[in-house]
Design a protein around this ligand. Sequence first.
Ligand SMILES: Cc1ncc(COP(=O)(O)O)c(C=O)c1O
Length: 393
Amino acid sequence: MSISTKMKTFLERASWIRKMFEQGAELKERHGHDNVFDFSLGNPNLEPPILFKTALLKATQAKGIGHHAYMPNSGYMSVREAVAGFVSSEQGIKLAPDHVIMTCGAAGALNVILKTILNSGDEVITPAPYFPEYNFYVDNHGGVLKTVPTKPDFSLDLDSIEEAITQKTRAILINSPHNPTGQVYDEKELIELGELLNNRIRKGDQIIYLISDEPYRKIVYDNVRVPSILSCYSESLIATSYSKDLSIPGERIGFLVVNPEARHREDLLAGMNLANRILGFVNAPALMQRTIQDLQGVSVDVKFYQEKRDMISEGLERIGYRFERPKGAFYLFVQSPIDDDVRFVQALQEELILTVPGSGFGCAGYFRIAFCVDDDTIVRALPGFERAFERVR
Ligand SMILES: Cc1ncc(COP(=O)(O)O)c(C=O)c1O
């Protein structure tokens, strides 16, 4: 193969995902698409809100020249004004449009941030379980991802984070609401985390950035509040997108925010602006920027996901599965009834149920169910979940 050694290694490391995908496709081919219960992907199964279609239509009909031309790398000013206005009210901190850069999804935002702040060999700490793409994103920019354990309910274990910090630590990367556990960090733990990081600055050790990856911010249940990260720590950066709350992950639109209080905000913003360009994104898609300009605060009906969460939780609890009910996002992270999560995921496959082993998220002994699927899929899969559970015990 004429590809780099690193990509070869990555392909091998990611091969179990590919294998699962291939096995799933094979099962669908053999048994028919509708007879395989696919809980493996975080692909929203809701149509975007009707307002999205209206705004998109309006954006396509804009008159004048230059609507499809290059623009400032950080995005249209009018769009950044709209985003900054909404995020200011959401975060309780006044943002100017200059604190916002439009990106190609949350993934684009994370890569832009990491490219800007990492030197070769710098460490980024993330609590496990974690979104597996973080490994690749951090490596893309010469960094090293270090994982730390969380508490049994997947809230932050601040002692573990503190112990893991070294002179090389450049950032802590958190995700709330969380993929794969559905945990939402509360204000107290975020303030304490901010305090811990501030202590490093006070001692003159180093600035450690807190990167908050929050594409699920609007998908929360039971009136849970997602705290303002910008208020908890001044050296904080947000990476987010409209992928999940508007059900448009294929459109690749998101943004990043630099805390207006961050000491080196001007350098950070200049670096991120350039990173957006030289990573090859150049700028976030023009049509999508103009579309979301009119959609600040709009989201899909979260009740829809909450009902699915309740339906699948009740079904699995009745069978005897153990898990924390998610406070947000659309995933259940369930304890495998046997230690070997990969083997249990295979047992579920025998029931034509596709899930993802916790090992893939750095947390063996669990498996992930993405419940952004039709109600019918949940109802018809429950007997298979029960048979697999009984069979392995
Ligand atoms: C935790 C987390 N971060 C980032 C992303 C990437 O989001 P986007 O599609 O907006 O780039 C995802 C997508 O599933 C995710 O689950």
